[in-house]
Write a protein that binds this ligand. Structure first.
Ligand code: FAD
Length: 282
């Protein structure tokens, strides 16, 4: 008689799950200040590429009551609306209430994700045009990582110019790699079209470390360098549309530049020539 091996059934561990919990599926650290991660997507979550949601972790217990509350922050969804998972591109603020802890997440961990997407960096907030400018600084590239992987972007525009400005070259790696991979990936070529992916013009600049192109994007627009470099006559109300996501400095200054070209700010309820969103508050 052959000995029968004991069959062990997997008893589900009683893991306390967070409210609106999603599971981390990958984490990539880009620099000591930047990382990206992917999480499972709630089946019911619908969003438009370019929108943001509130994500976070449970906060520390209240010193007296012991109660724990969710610690949530706004985050642009960096993945496109059709993706099975959700991607985020994050800063690491060493004394930041959320990111001092979020930067240590690992595959299998849970985060909280409130499934209520909102935002102005969406195609619905822009009038039709020929050329789409995506102006970003730092993690402000995140919503554009979504829009660049969205087929609608290329159906609506003949050219897509992405500018990304950071202090140092290493901080540009996420956007550089994302665009290079996007253009080389067979699945994306099939989904978006090789000729559509060729519409992307990537224009990275640094403000501190030496690189091929240095300077704030507003300065490079004002002195015409961007137009010379890209072989474009300039920005016109008839042809150009823009989305802006960056620091307060970028957002305020670029509004002046764009309005100088005659462009007007739009909104979901009132589409116009450009839209702006803060990459962070502070
Ligand atoms: C609409 C919107 C979308 C956002 N999307 C993203 C995103 O996709 N990725 C992301 O990393 N952050 C994003 N943020 C910022 C995010 O909400 C948090 O501020 C950030 O995660 C830091 O949280 P914290 O609790 O660690 O520190 P906080 O207390 O929130 O911030 C502390 C300080 O750190 C600085 N800071 C905060 N966020 C950034 C940043 N992204 N880049 C540079 N400095 C910053 C500011 O000076 C701020 O005062 C977004 C903010 C808004 C309003």
């Amino acid at each position: 008689m052959t000995e029968q091996k004991p069959v062990t059934t997997d008893t589900a561990k009683a893991v306390p799950t967070l409210p609106d919990a999603q599971t981390v599926t990958s984490v990539t650290h880009w620099t000591d200040r930047l990382f990206s991660f992917r999480v499972t997507r709630p089946t019911s979550l619908r969003f438009r590429s370019g929108e943001f949601v509130m994500i976070g972790l449970m906060g520390d217990p209240h010193p007296e009551t012991g109660k724990v509350k969710p610690l949530l922050r706004a985050y642009s969804i960096a993945s496109p609306a059709w993706d099975d998972e959700l991607e985020f591109y994050s800063i690491k603020v060493q004394d930041g209430p959320l990111t001092s802890r979020l930067q240590h997440i690992a595959v299998g961990d849970e985060i909280i994700l409130r499934p209520k997407p909102v935002g102005t960096l969406v195609h619905d907030a822009l009038l039709p045009g020929k050329r789409l400018w995506l102006f970003s600084t730092g993690t402000g590239f995140a919503p554009f990582a979504s829009l660049l992987r969205e087929p609608e972007t290329y159906e609506k525009f003949e050219q897509v110019i992405v500018t990304h400005t950071c202090r140092d070259v290493a901080e540009l790696e996420y956007s550089r790699k994302l665009i290079a991979d996007l253009q080389a990936d067979e699945m994306m070529q099939e989904l978006i079209g090789v000729e559509n992916l060729a519409k992307i013009r990537y224009y990275p600049t640094t403000t501190r470390e030496n690189s091929a192109k240095m300077g704030r994007i507003t300065t490079l627009l004002e002195d015409g360098t961007v137009f010379t470099d890209l072989g474009i006559d300039g920005i016109t109300v008839g042809e150009d549309r823009a989305m802006v996501c960056g620091s307060m400095g970028l957002n305020t200054d670029i509004k002046v530049v764009l309005e100088g070209f005659g462009l007007q700010e739009g909104a979901n309820s009132d589409p116009k020539h450009y839209v702006v969103e803060k990459a962070f508050v502070g």
